[in-house]
Design a protein around this ligand. Structure first.
Ligand code: PMP
Ligand code: GLU
Length: 401
């Protein structure tokens, strides 16, 4: 066989399971298929009007060139510092902030700066689909730590301890978690911080769903627990989820100066800056009225109750009630191995295909999140779509025996 002209690193990774499922559902809808898509990890709300207006004002004021510096306009970096101090009790100087094309780029830039061939990154599963493949792209090995539904999908201190080797470069913590909706408690995080104290291991703390909490859950940033750990923690956040701004592509990170400086160096060779107009919109998001967040959060909370209760009434389905984000991640392993009118359900991927074809409902298989035997449904969709989607799923699952 002739050698592929393409790199093994790229050939070895998968396309993002979420982005691919989103594209597939979009294509079917464009073809006119009657489909309810509970795939997308994005709010169905419009970006609030005051934020849109700020972007229009930015265009009219001539903010249409590269930003200077490329790593983010100074006003936005200051607003991000103020947000960290106000919301998380974390103090950074503007030089410790990087603004990127979505949080996805913040995470990848950090991984580019931290991971070399053979290095390890500890990633609790179920995990957001991009972490592991971004580590692989840099030649690293994701060390996947499976967490259990009965343990609220949180990695324990003992699990973390057992996963550490001399090659461990960083541990990834995502709270609230996509796809499970798990929220680490202060006690969970203190126990993890104790394990990491005195090591040289970095933490990437992905807190992008920070504002989407239910049942009085509290968001705690691990960086705020231990000053020593703050010096090795990159806190990742962004405006995509809290302000319904997924398309604007603004994420940000804050961390130790040496790491941020390297990430900024990478960014200058990669994307230069994220969209200038979007940065002005993000500035308005962080400094303008905040009541839009609560309005959306309340809507998500209602839909969460609706979808969790529907799923838990379905035979063979067991759904953890998420305390954050906007996904449910029901266990469907009891249905695997059964037969359906369209053939045997071999795994979560075939169950997902079955629901697409038989019910016209799109979701994402747990395998894409390192957790076979589960499905992910987003409830960032209109309540009547969720209701209709659940009716269809229930009817289709009734045809599995
Ligand atoms: N982290 C998590 C856990 C996510 O679900 C997402 C969703 N896209 C991101 C990071 C990246 O978000 P964005 O690039 O839109 O800021
Ligand atoms: N984070 C969202 C999701 O999980 C959007 C797609 C992506 O960037 O992964 O569906």
């Amino acid at each position: 066989m002739p050698k592929s002209p393409f790199t093994q690193r790229v050939l070895n990774i998968q396309a993002s399971a979420t982005v691919s499922a989103f594209a597939k559902a979009g294509e079917l809808k464009r073809q006119g298929v009657d489909l309810i898509s509970l795939v997308a990890g994005e709010p169905d709300f419009e970006t609030p009007a005051h934020i849109r207006d700020a972007a229009i004002r930015a265009i009219e004021a001539g903010h249409t060139r590269y930003t200077n510096p490329a790593s983010g306009i100074p006003e936005l970096k200051q607003a991000i510092c103020d947000k960290f101090e106000r919301d998380n009790g974390l103090r950074y100087s503007p030089s410790q902030i990087i603004v990127t094309c979505g949080a996805k780029q913040t995470i990848f830039d950090a991984i580019i700066a931290l991971i070399e061939d053979g290095d390890e990154a500890i990633i609790p599963a179920p995990y957001w689909t991009s972490y592991a493949d971004q580590v692989r792209l840099m030649g690293g090995n994701p060390i996947i730590v499976p967490t259990a539904q009965d343990a609220d999908f949180c990695m324990t201190a003992r699990q973390l301890q057992n996963a550490i080797t001399s090659r461990t470069k960083f541990a990834l913590l995502n709270s609230p978690c996509n796809p499970t909706g798990a929220v680490y408690t202060r006690e969970n995080l203190e126990a993890l911080a104790d394990v990491l104290a005195g090591t040289t291991i970095y933490v990437i703390a992905d807190e992008i769903y920070e504002k989407l909490l239910y049942d009085n859950a509290e968001h705690v940033s691990i960086a705020a627990l231990l000053p020593e750990l703050a010096d090795r923690t990159l806190v990742v956040n962004g405006v995509s989820k809290s302000y319904a701004m997924t398309g604007w592509r603004v994420g940000y990170g804050a961390g130790p100066q040496n790491l941020i400086d390297l990430m900024i160096k990478v960014q200058t060779q990669e994307t230069t800056n994220t969209c200038t107009i979007s940065q002005y919109a993000a500035l308005e998001a962080l400094t303008g009225p905040q009541n839009c967040i609560e309005r959306m959060r309340r809507a998500f909370a209602k839909r969460r109750d609706q979808i969790v209760s529907r799923l838990n009434q379905m035979p063979g389905v067991s759904c953890f009630s998420p305390r954050g984000a906007f996904y449910v991640f029901p266990r469907v392993s009891e249905l695997i191995g059964n037969s359906s009118p369209r053939g045997r359900i071999d795994n979560d991927v075939s169950l997902c295909d079955f629901l697409l074809e038989e019910a016209g409902v799109a979701c994402v298989p747990g395998t894409g999140f390192g957790a076979p035997g589960y499905l992910r449904f987003s409830y960032a969709a209109a309540a009547d779509e969720i209701a209709q989607g659940m009716d269809r799923v229930e009817a289709a699952l009734g045809r599995i025996e």
